[in-house]
Design a protein around this ligand. Sequence first.
Ligand SMILES: CC(C)(COP(=O)(O)OP(=O)(O)OC[C@H]1O[C@@H](n2cnc3c(N)ncnc32)[C@H](O)[C@@H]1OP(=O)(O)O)[C@@H](O)C(=O)NCCC(=O)NCCS
Length: 187
Amino acid sequence: MFPVELNGRRAGWREITVDDAEVVVGWQSVPEIFTYIESPEGTTLAGHRQLISGYVEDGQRLDDRRDYSLALTVDGQLAGTGGIHLRDGDPSCAELGYLLHPDHWGKGIATEAAGLLLRFAFDTLRLHRVEALTRPDNLASRRVLEKIGMTREGLRRQDVHLHGRWHDSLLFAILETDPVPAAPSSH
Ligand SMILES: CC(C)(COP(=O)(O)OP(=O)(O)OC[C@H]1O[C@@H](n2cnc3c(N)ncnc32)[C@H](O)[C@@H]1OP(=O)(O)O)[C@@H](O)C(=O)NCCC(=O)NCCS
């Protein structure tokens, strides 16, 4: 499906464009964003533009789109990135992720945004299962996943190499038959 546009009260998702690259590259100099996730440090503006035009091309071209790499907006302005990636072997299952600029933290934005992704996954894409992985000490992200109705299923030991050492990941998931909180809203 292309293009995707999801709108909540404050948070929204739209297709990422090459024009977003400059802002996204600027986030490399905001270390708080990358405490628990890998930084694209060193990726140039040209590199980001190339990456994004690849997403756009694939999104438009592929009948069986698997990669929904999207721009996260707050009040219509670019404020983060994220999306849903359908599993290669079984596209009824997917993984979601998100990254929000710290200017917008603590206002319920990620909860609203992740909730929009879940409703898109189940209502539009008709997926069966959506997963998310987070570092155990990423308490804000764990809370977001709980608030959108995901269940903690287990711990994957040392499956991410980040900032020079191995880290565990917590696996959260939700099934199409699980209750999804109706309308996560911003504070
Ligand atoms: C994780 C992230 C998306 C959260 O965004 P956000 O918009 O601030 O999240 P929300 O406001 O919707 O919800 C955050 C929740 O975590 C809680 N929280 C935040 N920091 C916390 C902490 N240190 N300890 C415990 N709870 C915490 C908040 O109180 C809130 O819960 P509440 O509504 O029950 O009070 C944001 O911090 C981020 O982008 N971080 C960098 C990238 C990243 O780590 N992405 C996730 C990868 S798995």
